[in-house]
Write a protein that binds this ligand. Sequence first.
Ligand SMILES: NC(=O)c1ccc[n+]([C@@H]2O[C@H](COP(=O)([O-])OP(=O)(O)OC[C@H]3O[C@@H](n4cnc5c(N)ncnc54)[C@H](OP(=O)(O)O)[C@@H]3O)[C@@H](O)[C@H]2O)c1
Length: 263
Amino acid sequence: MPKEKGTVLVTGGNRGIGFEVCRQLARAGSRVLLTARDSTLGQQAAATLRSEGLDVAFEPLDVASQESIDALGSALERKGQRLSALVNNAAITMDGFDARVAEQTQAINFFGAWHVTERLAPLLEPHGRLVMVSSGAGELAGLARELRQRFDPPPSKEVLAALVREFIEDVRSGQYARKGWPRSAYRISKVALNALTRRLAEELQERHVLVNAVCPGWVRTRMGGSSAPLGAEEGADTIVWAAMLPPEGPTGRFFRDRRPIDW
Ligand SMILES: NC(=O)c1ccc[n+]([C@@H]2O[C@H](COP(=O)([O-])OP(=O)(O)OC[C@H]3O[C@@H](n4cnc5c(N)ncnc54)[C@H](OP(=O)(O)O)[C@@H]3O)[C@@H](O)[C@H]2O)c1
């Protein structure tokens, strides 16, 4: 019997905010598919949550690998698995700033979330929810005006992908500052993820899927560091809320502390 609250899939669930999102969703009554790129770490994380009496299963998923995404999609289809929500949480920050950093950051934070969504969105139930874990770093306000206009209003997904590739090439050629790009691959990945969220919200509206981005705040994780004011529990809160919105809930919005913020 499917659970009333359905099954939620979370990327990057082995540690940090993603792990806590899995815990809170399972405590709230969802069945959780905790995914991770490292099977040992993912299995351990899922076992920890099961030892707390929670309904959590592990599935391998490297969001930067189309092969891995397709394998998971096919495995879920074979089982007839439907999803009540998909939480795109996995992301990286890297030290330094060069073409390799730009490319790898986009491959996971932007293209990864996009490709996972393209493959798994058909499994979302009507009135399902899609949550993009973003960041205040992705807000448009801090961007130079001309660059901001290229992301707002959000262009088509194809144009968006070309923009992100242009960023990587401009970093490679050393032209990025002249072209107005900030010196942060992470920031551009989240600006692009936010624009993608807005496009997907429109696209999935006919299936009544609620699509929102969430900034978890500054959270004590390996990414956030030890000085961050929020614990993972607090960081997970708005993500979990967005993954359990009622059918008449908001879509195409950006939230922090369960409140809408500007793109
Ligand atoms: N912490 C903050 O202050 C903060 C602030 C704003 C936004 N965020 C956002 O919140 C989300 C979670 O961040 P966090 O602080 O929990 O980071 P974290 O502790 O560094 O955890 C990142 C997670 O993403 C996974 N991951 C990285 N690359 C992956 C890939 N290719 N495939 C699958 N999983 C992958 C990691 O797996 P491994 O263990 O295998 O590396 C890990 O599980 C991210 O989207 C981040 O941008 C965080």
